[in-house]
Design a protein around this ligand. Structure first.
Ligand SMILES: Cc1cc2nc3c(=O)[nH]c(=O)nc-3n(C[C@H](O)[C@H](O)[C@H](O)COP(=O)(O)OP(=O)(O)OC[C@H]3O[C@@H](n4cnc5c(N)ncnc54)[C@H](O)[C@@H]3O)c2cc1C
Length: 446
């Protein structure tokens, strides 16, 4: 007899464990069991029937984009059907009159950015995974990246969202305009919801004209102690970088010893990648006051003078996470946030924590990728206990558990522990109102 899953219209179904094995994990340390199935829908009728079945038979639908997430948000449990949206139909369109771009969830973020670029426009969100992650996944995680310190996160750019909700229907929240103020914004509620309220099928985002110039500098620091004060030093002099990324001495040492040829040449005791996109930033009238503001640190600054040099610097930044993962497959990568004025205190106290960590990331907005190199060998409460001093420190300093990766499964316990119970009850109330039977990504986040 044909299984009802195989009768879903225009939908591919994978149930052979050899085909579904790759869907038991994302890029975090979290691993799940074999799901009931993995499905790749292509039409609304199939989704409608799937929601009806999930609701009546009590299984959950786990939305999945490219699986590059770092919080275990798309990792299934044994009562899950993974809904891989990579076959979802639709095309990317740019509306130059409205300065908007519309795309299906299945589009690659790289393709979204290319379509904007082809019209001389720009979609700023730039998670370092932009060459591999999906548009839908970037919306569901409210992805941020290096230029969030100037341009904010994905949320800031989302105008309207089309989503499959628990009634089995596709709804459109918001309109394609930067001005809309008709009460609480459901489109924004879907952004960063990690698939727990519904499934995003497409969205319209705002674009801006592409910056015409960039100034990219590699700034080697002779002493790690100079690093944490750098953002404040630049802001005080009137500079707002479009990216201010860093590597600490431990990551640098590893990259120099085991990295690519470019990585082996990285200078400094700590290192900063600094980028500006202000009009005129490629001229000496901008560079000279900047070097003045950097003072003695400017002595060893290397300025990328060609597009190829700029790209080579960013390639090293993008591969840092991949390099560490290859070197330390059981590493646990955190993405904590510390307010920028507390960074000096954070780094001083991080060194005193009883954990072997290496750090790199987005210094410009205080979003730090602190990696515990062997913590993935721990499980359950032992892992939670190993991570807790780091989270407690960030929260004490006015920061939080995640700046961009989200909560998923990886940080669920810590999120419940460190969040105001009123806020958790409010989130659960919203879940109950939107998805009373737990059709979407049950057991994640809260
Ligand atoms: C090398 C590397 C670098 C990275 N750098 C960054 C970075 O700089 N900034 C950053 O923010 N992240 C970064 N990430 C994490 C990750 O790439 C982003 O979170 C990305 O946005 C996830 O997209 P995805 O398509 O892979 O989503 P997935 O991993 O497939 O899913 C992520 C979450 O979103 C949900 N989801 C996916 N699609 C949908 C949908 N259509 N509707 C509803 N829910 C959905 C899933 O259920 C899950 O909870 C990095 C990851 C890697 C491997």
């Amino acid at each position: 007899m044909t299984h009802w899953l195989d009768a879903l219209p225009d939908t591919r179904v994978l149930r052979d464990p050899a085909q579904t094995a790759g869907f038991r994990h994302d890029e975090s340390h979290v691993r799940g069991p074999e799901p009931l199935a993995v499905i790749k829908p292509r039409c609304r009728e199939g989704l409608r029937e799937l929601v009806r079945r999930a609701s009546s038979e009590g299984f959950t639908l786990v939305p999945r984009g490219a699986g590059s997430g770092k919080a275990g948000g798309c990792v299934p449990d044994a009562r899950s059907v993974v809904v891989d949206l990579s076959d979802w139909p639709g095309s990317i369109t740019v509306n130059t009159a409205n300065l908007t771009l519309s795309a299906p969830a299945s589009a690659g973020l790289a393709a979204v950015k290319e379509h904007a670029d082809a019209q001389g426009l720009w979609y700023p969100p730039d998670p370092n995974s932009w060459p591999l992650c999906s548009f839908g996944g970037s919306l569901a995680t409210n992805a941020g990246g290096p230029n969030a310190c100037k341009y904010g996160m994905t949320r800031r750019w989302v105008l309207s969202v089309e989503a499959l909700m628990a009634d089995g229907e596709v709804h459109r929240f918001g309109i394609d305009s930067v001005k809309q103020n008709t009460g609480p914004n459901l489109a924004q509620l879907m952004v960063g919801s990690e698939g727990v309220f519904g499934m995003i099928l497409g969205a319209t985002v705002a674009l801006i004209p592409r910056p015409r110039e960039h100034l990219t500098l590699l700034l080697p620091l002779p002493d790690m102690a100079l690093l944490p004060a750098l953002p404040a030093q630049l802001f005080a002099a009137g500079f707002l970088p479009s990216a201010l990324e860093f590597w600490d001495s431990a990551v640098l040492a590893d990259l120099r010893q085991h990295g690519t040829d470019d990585a082996r040449r990285l200078p400094g005791e700590a290192l900063v990648l600094l980028e500006f996109d202000d009009p005129g930033c490629s001229h000496t009238g901008f560079l000279e006051p900047l070097l003045d503001a950097l003072g003695p640190l400017a002595a060893d600054a290397q300025v990328a003078t060609t597009g190829a040099q700029r790209e080579a610097l960013w390639a090293v930044r993008r591969m840092t996470s991949v390099h560490l993962k290859q070197r330390f497959p059981r590493k646990v990568s955190e993405d904590v946030v510390v307010p920028r004025d507390r960074l000096p205190e954070f780094f001083a106290r991080l060194a005193a924590l009883d954990a072997k960590t290496v750090s790199y990331g987005h210094l410009g907005d205080g979003n730090l990728h602190v990696n515990l190199l062997h913590a993935g060998e721990l499980e359950g409460t032992a892992l939670d206990a190993a991570l807790d001093p780091l989270f407690a420190l960030c929260i004490e300093l006015g920061g939080t558990l995640s700046g961009e990766h989200g909560i998923g499964l990886a940080k669920r316990e810590a999120f419940l522990k460190h969040t105001d119970p009123f806020a958790i009850a409010a989130l659960r109330g919203i879940k109950q109102a939107l998805d009373p039977k737990g059709v979407f990504n049950a057991g994640k986040v809260f």
